[in-house]
Design a protein around this ligand. Structure first.
Ligand SMILES: Cc1ncc(COP(=O)(O)O)c(C=O)c1O
Ligand SMILES: [Zn+2]
Length: 405
């Protein structure tokens, strides 16, 4: 296996363990190239299912269970049984958004309550492999919590840069609980990422989603989802869009599974951004060739308050390959959709609810058929942002004691 520039016109290659985060020729992001797979899809599907009955740490992970599609050089793997996240049927939510067959893939039900753990297990394992002593990231909160936890497991020092006052207290508390060094910076996430990338600490191993190993783990959400659907490909997969790492990882998963003969078609990828942090949706609508960053991103869904998504080129290729589309929703629509998901007994954090809000809008516009099979990705747990829930309009009267519970 090796690293390759993600721009197909460049395709420069690097050693798998090169610590570069971008191509030395054209500066585009890098990706891990998976070797051709020796087993047939039928053999692998059977082997992966059998591993579900095993308590061996690698088999018990919903990421490493699919390790034939991951680098195989590691003798020490940093894992906490991440993944193994169920597909939960939407009931009232399905009716509300006008799609009959709605499934939520809940990645909030992970060790630190967010999808980041899927990527962090691989990223941290690679950090240990290359001998890193300290790891770092800029974060809207969830990456910080996940990095802090996995660094603690690996015995590495964690340093996280957060946009001051813009991160949910619950996520900040997690990072502190796991012993990370927290730096709060004035300005946006984009600025924090810029600062982190230019940190004078050259020994720091970067674990934002521009790290290609992170995406290797995140792509396994799709492997697991397809296994749960009996390898029947859904019509749509709906995902929130922030820095666009997930969209890129999911596109990579579909492409690899298609190439290896697991799938004869891929679902349409639908990316949903918040209206106040929507550079990718703007670009999609306008048909522009380049992304124009949103200078001051603003949304109550703080996890996706990102104006300059680094993985937009990878994500664009993924959406185009899948014949999907990109859209945005207002904060009001997000809040309403979040309350509906809560009302279905599932719950999620605000950024995750963009999926249901987007789906409802797309169905109303006839862009998603009523009978389509849809999987909406829920990226974070409801308890990730309790302030949002408590401050929500619909609870004001409860807090004032006017409603008999
Ligand atoms: C809960 C949640 N949802 C969605 C996203 C956006 O994911 P991506 O940056 O991969 O687009 C994030 C990123 O921080 C997140 O924390
Ligand atoms: Zn290149």
């Amino acid at each position: 296996m090796h690293l390759r520039c993600s721009d197909p016109d460049c395709a420069a290659t690097l050693d798998l363990h090169d610590r570069a985060l971008s191509c030395p020729v054209c500066a585009d992001l890098l990706e891990v190239v998976v070797d051709s797979i020796a087993n047939t899809p039928a053999e692998l599907k059977r082997m992966w299912l059998e591993r579900r009955c095993s308590y061996a740490p690698l088999d018990a992970s919903g990421v490493w269970r699919f390790r034939e599609f991951l680098p195989d050089c590691y003798s020490e793997v940093v894992t906490m049984s991440e993944g193994n996240n169920p597909l939960v049927k939407g009931h009232r939510t399905a009716q509300w958004c006008g799609v009959r067959n709605l499934n939520f893939k809940h990645l909030g039900w992970n060790p630190t309550a967010c999808f980041k753990d899927l990527g962090m297990t691989v990223g941290m394992t690679e950090a240990v492999y290359v001998g890193a002593k300290s790891v770092g990231c800029a974060s809207t909160g969830n990456t910080a919590a996940s990095l802090a936890a996995y660094a603690a497991r690996a015995g590495l020092t964690a340093k996280v840069y957060l946009p001051a006052g813009q991160v949910s207290q619950n996520k900040l508390a997690q990072a502190l609980d796991f012993g990370a060094e927290v730096v709060q910076l004035e300005g946006s996430f984009d600025l924090a990422l810029e600062r982190m990338l230019h940190s004078p600490d050259r020994d720091l191993y970067f674990l934002n989603s521009i790290n290609p190993f992170r995406l290797e783990g995140q792509k396994m959400a799709i492997f697991e989802m397809l296994e749960q659907l009996g390898w029947e490909v859904p019509d749509y997969v709906v995902v929130p869009g922030g820095n666009l790492g997930n969209t890129s990882a999911f596109g990579k998963a579909f492409l690899e599974l298609q190439t290896a003969g697991f799938l004869d078609k891929v679902p349409r990828l639908v990316v949903v951004q918040a209206e106040g942090a929507n550079p990718f949706a703007q670009m999609w609508r306008s048909g522009a060739a380049e992304l124009t960053p949103v200078e001051q991103p603003e949304t109550a869904a703080t996890a996706i308050r990102i104006g300059n998504p680094r993985s937009w080129k990878k994500a664009l290729r993924a959406v185009q390959h899948s014949k999907g589309f990109v859209m945005d929703v207002t904060d009001e629509e997000i809040a309403e959709a979040k309350a509906m998901i809560g009302g279905d007994g599932i719950g999620c954090e605000p950024a995750s609810a963009t999926t249901l809000a987007g789906l409802r809008k797309a169905a109303a516009r006839g862009k998603v058929d009523r009978d389509a099979v849809v999987v909406a990705i829920l990226t974070g747990h409801a308890l990730k942002d309790t302030d949002f829930i408590i401050k929500s309009q619909r609870f004001e009267h409860v807090l004032q004691g006017e409603v008999q519970l």
